[in-house]
Design a protein around this ligand. Sequence first.
Ligand SMILES: [Zn+2]
Ligand SMILES: [Zn+2]
Length: 346
Amino acid sequence: MPAPQCASCHKARAALRRPCSGQALCGTCFCAAFEAEVLHTVVAGRLLPGAVVAVGASGGKDSTVLAHVLRELAPRLGISLQLVAVDEGIGGYRDAALAAVRRQAARWELPLTVVAYEDLFGGWTMDAVARSTAGSGRSRSCCTFCGVLRRRALEEGARLVGATHVVTGHNADDMAETVLMNFLRGDAGRLARGGGLGSPGEGGALPRCRPLQLASQKEVVLYAHFRRLDYFSEECVYAPEAFRGHARHLLKLLEAARPSAVLDLVHSAERLALAPAARPPPPGACSRCGALASRALCQACALLDGLDRGRPRLAIGKGRRGRDEGGTPREPGRVRTPVPEAVPTF
Ligand SMILES: [Zn+2]
Ligand SMILES: [Zn+2]
């Protein structure tokens, strides 16, 4: 049976059915619809004219699609873009991913800045963190450390390039997994903070926005395919966070029964409001680095503090102790002003 006609232009043959709506579209009309939907999310997330936007670039499919779409939309939005990549110090993995980011920056003529954990966090690379926490049966700790540190590194990189906003490539599937995990852990504070289209930038942090948060992973992959985008698709060498894997599996089962389950979960989180008694106390400032913190130290400083004492503790969830197995940093872990590797590409 030949493919049906595109439901939008009524000229070309359809190349796909949109996973959520079932609408049959040609590649051109799909890409236009995808971009229009991201534009809508971005406007709702208050990326206003004049914004200098730091795009968290990892070389992976999500951030590649994000950078490409924002570059298409930038003239209409009146924003300028800066790619900021984080070098976590993961031997054999990050080098290839950073090479993909460099190719993108060169092709799209976007300025690229790379910030490294090693420079920012007192000599700690992700490989050193992994060595230090190995063998303690804490499979999720690597991803937990990395998530906290990457968020901080991206913020530092964004400040370095004079950005007014930070955008990240989280798609609807990532968001829905996070919502499920927070529900399953009973983490009401995170549920409440994680909703919405980003954070307005409390306590001096830069405002954040997730332009792809209503785009499903399948559509992100389709967009990359039709736009012929070159991205790096290998998984990180460290085991993915175990609990997220379960949430992902559960979500796939839900989606098979109800195709809108992913977006339904994302929208549910947006509309959640916490009862006054469940609201976390207003955050203060980290006593070490001044970043937003709900305790004396912010999450990044607390993790680095634990590493430096050879007793990695997780600031997220229940604190657990690990063994001291090397990974000696050059100096006490401290969030420092980075030494940038600015790569102007034109
Ligand atoms: Zn069409
Ligand atoms: Zn701090």
